[in-house]
Write a protein that binds this ligand. Structure first.
Ligand code: COA
Length: 158
């Protein structure tokens, strides 16, 4: 079991480190600080040691924006050695619980078409594909489409 906690702007460096560990194009700390600053935006960190919330113990993260009832999952990741242990599932449950309490009625996100792990995860939380952006993710091996997914949070059991 991990500890999932809400974090403030001072966690931007930790969020950036984790993002670089999870994605080819990492986001720097300034980007996280900027994305976290609007009212309604928040980030979560997952720690693998419930007794320690030191930056080095952080293994997963999520960043969410919420304005006027619609929320957006901007990014989510779990460091490679800690995957397949249900940590992303815990992050999803925690962030959905928070946005529902804050009055969000929908959440949207974008995911690469070939990201089967993430798509499966989102589907199990009630997200359905509602759109596609061709060639959105540029990679050395060729571009991949982005699938836009949406969940009706009023129907969700979190
Ligand atoms: C996607 C990601 C966040 C999942 O994190 P995780 O902690 O390993 O996920 P969980 O252990 O909570 O597993 C979630 C579900 O995905 C499933 N899953 C894992 N790998 C899978 C795969 N390759 N194909 C299909 N499903 C997969 C798990 O079995 C689990 O489903 P289940 O509970 O029904 O069995 C992680 O792989 C990651 O950080 N990837 C890189 C960053 C990324 O792609 N983020 C999402 C961007 S939209």
């Amino acid at each position: 079991m991990v500890d999932v906690v809400l974090v403030e702007g001072e966690a931007a460096e930790t969020l950036s480190r984790l993002h670089f560990a999870c994605f080819d194009e990492g986001w720097n700390a300034a980007t996280f600080a900027r994305l976290m600053s609007p009212k309604g935006s928040f980030a979560l960190l997952a720690y693998n040691d419930e007794r320690s919330q030191q930056p080095a113990a952080a293994i997963g993260f999520a960043l969410v924006r919420h304005t006027r009832g619609e929320s957006e999952l901007l990014t989510l990741g779990v460091v490679p050695p800690c995957r397949d242990a249900g940590i992303a599932r815990q992050l999803m449950a925690a962030l959905l619980d928070r946005v529902v309490r804050d009055g969000a009625t929908t959440m949207v996100l974008e995911v690469a078409e070939d990201n089967h792990a993430a798509r499966h995860l989102y589907e199990t939380f009630g997200f359905v594909a509602v759109g596609r952006r061709a060639g959105y993710y540029r990679r050395d091996e060729g571009a991949a489409d982005a699938v836009t997914m949406r969940a009706d949070l009023a129907r969700l059991e979190v």
